[in-house]
Write a protein that binds this ligand. Sequence first.
Ligand code: PMP
Length: 315
Amino acid sequence: MPDTKTASVPTSPQRANQRVAWFNGQIMPESEVKISFRDRGVKYGDGAFDTTRTFSHRIFRLKEHLDRFYKTLRYLRLDPGVSSAELSRITEDVLARNLHLLDKDDDYWVSQRITRGAEGVDYLPSTPNVIVECLPLPLKERAVLYRDGIKVITPAVRRAPPEVMSPRAKTHNYLNMIVANNEVMSQDPLAWAVLLDMQGNLAEGMGSNIFLVRDGQLLTPRVRNVLPGISRQTVIELAESHGISVHETDIDLYDAYTADECFLTSTSLCICPVQSINGSSFAASGLPGPVTKHLTNAYIKLVDCDFVGQYLRRL
Ligand code: PMP
């Protein structure tokens, strides 16, 4: 077991009903996790995170998420002071301690987070802050996306290119995508932004990767320009095992407007159909289209949890 101390045993009913998190070696109620306003994560977004989800209360692909997390940490030259194997055990432990607060048909996002730590009088960061926490998935809020499909708009703001900040790292600085999302949401509060890269090719959304279906084959942006999503990789593997070819390539708006189907992938969504891009509709193939539906069913089988039904039951 990891070196985990229970800082404060929840005493009042209110505390017993509160989720706990792991913070720098201790399990504590979430409300007791405190970070200094001088922390470089707060001041500059100098930190990183990764998030997986549970299916029927079991964690999905934790190793893959932790591998990506530790790559981000190396990119940022940030030492968490805890090994990947330890963090894996801590993550399972935090989940186990919070499961009693979850309804049978709900599931959690489970995240590891790190900030570089508070700056001292010498202006140098001291020690990193490491947190492991859970949050219920927004199943009700996102249910409508599975019924109607996601409306995607490509904002004027472009995805930061790898020459500026590698999109392959999952850092705590999402401002590029937040500014893009704000732009899109001021046009249509229900639309989701998918940013173009500097060359005008589709890149990714604030928390999702994008796929097009053309002539029964999948097209998705190359990993140089996007986060290598674990759900993206899952879909690639499922497609290949079902005889559907996958092309990781540059895809522009012409490709998008003439595609048969489109879907987004993410940890929470898994696969979710896209209704339209910039008003150009995919409804002709039905929603979800046949390939999207086929892959959704394969995903459901893989994770042994009907995530679409789980969302739709909230409508
Ligand atoms: N791109 C970005 C920028 C993201 O934040 C996410 C969410 N982690 C994704 C893509 C999808 O990745 P995953 O499938 O691992 O959730």
